[in-house]
Write a new protein. Sequence first.
Length: 53
Amino acid sequence: MTYATDRLHEEIAYVAYHFHWSLEDILDLEHFDRRRYAGEIASLVTRAAAAEG
């Protein structure tokens, strides 16, 4: 199974933007772990936005 290149780039950008991790650090993550971090970031962003108003 291959993973869509566009989706991979979206995940990398999302994690890098929010956690300020390097490309190398993000690419070193296993697929599951990278997806999990992206999901956790999304939860944090959603909660922060709800708290603001």
